[in-house]
Structure formats: structure tokens, C-alpha cells
Design a protein around this ligand. Structure first.
Ligand SMILES: [Fe+2]
Length: 142
């Protein structure tokens, strides 16, 4: 099933929303590559890119949360840290066994499922923090 960003997932900080859309595209590309039986090199390249992109993206969200004094910072960051470990584990699994069906199912569940759920349930709490901090400029220049 393709993974698509929808308007109701808006966090309210444009840079973060744009990265979420890009993340969905990357994950969609990863699934397509795996399902099309693309070589290990291709899947590995996408997994590496996803890993790098996710690290930069989480850093941006965490900086925004810190600047706003978001009370959910610690638990939110904990979810990010867990996801980074998941990607590292999937990369290892892929290196060891290639893009087997079991791995595709796991990527679907642990990456697509997690992202959808995290953005819809946790990232939207950034929107609440942002509303409480009306007037406070969050500087997100990287
Ligand atoms: Fe997040």
C-alpha cells in the first residue's frame, strides 16, 4: 500500500511539513524498490538515504520542540531514538539477507506504519505546543 502525506498531518511549521512529505516519498520509493526486487545496492542506497534524512529531520523537530519548551520533548525524542535503532536493524537485516518478503513486510510495518502513526499522533503535538507559543519565533534555519 502506498504511503501518502495528507493535509490533516500538518504540524504547522512549514519546514517540518515539507520534510514529512519528502519522508513519505522516500519510504514509498524504498518499498517500490524492494517490491520490484531491485538489487541490494539500490535498496541499501535508499536505506542509507532514509537514515541520513531521518537524522536531519529529527534534529530539526527536536530543535523546534526545545525552542518552544515543548513538554513532550523527552518522550517524543525517545520515539525518534527508537526509530533510528529500527532503521539500523533493518539495514543489518538487509545486508545479511537481502530484500526478502519478510523484510519488505517488516519495512512496511516498522517504517511506513511507524511514520504514519508517529506523524499523526506524536508530531501533531508540536502543533499544540506551537499554538501555546503564538508570537514566539521558532528559528529553524539549518
Ligand atoms: Fe517526530
Amino acid at each position: 500500500m502506498p504511503i501518502r502525506w495528507t493535509q490533516d498531518l500538518t504540524v504547522g511549521i512549514e519546514a517540518i511539513d515539507q520534510q514529512h512529505q519528502r519522508l513519505f516519498e522516500i519510504v514509498d520509493g524504498l518499498l517500490a524498490a524492494m517490491q520490484a526486487g531491485k538489487g541490494r545496492a539500490e535498496v541499501s542506497k535508499v536505506l542509507d538515504f532514509l537514515n541520513e534524512y531521518v537524522l536531519a529531520h529529527f534534529a530539526l523537530e527536536e530543535r523546534a520542540m526545545q525552542e518552544m519548551g515543548d513538554p513532550n520533548y523527552a518522550s517524543h525524542k525517545g520515539e525518534h531514538d527508537g526509530f533510528v535503532k529500527t532503521i539500523e536493524r533493518l539495514k543489518r537485516l538487509h545486508e545479511e539477507g537481502g530484500a526478502r518478503t519478510a523484510l519488505v513486510i517488516e519495512v512496511n510495518h516498522r517504517v511506513c506504519g511507524w511514520l504514519r502513526n508517529h506523524i499523526a499522533k506524536t508530531d501533531v503535538t508540536i502543533r499544540d505546543a506551537l499554538e501555546k507559543h503564538q508570537g514566539v519565533v521558532v528559528s529553524l534555519a539549518s
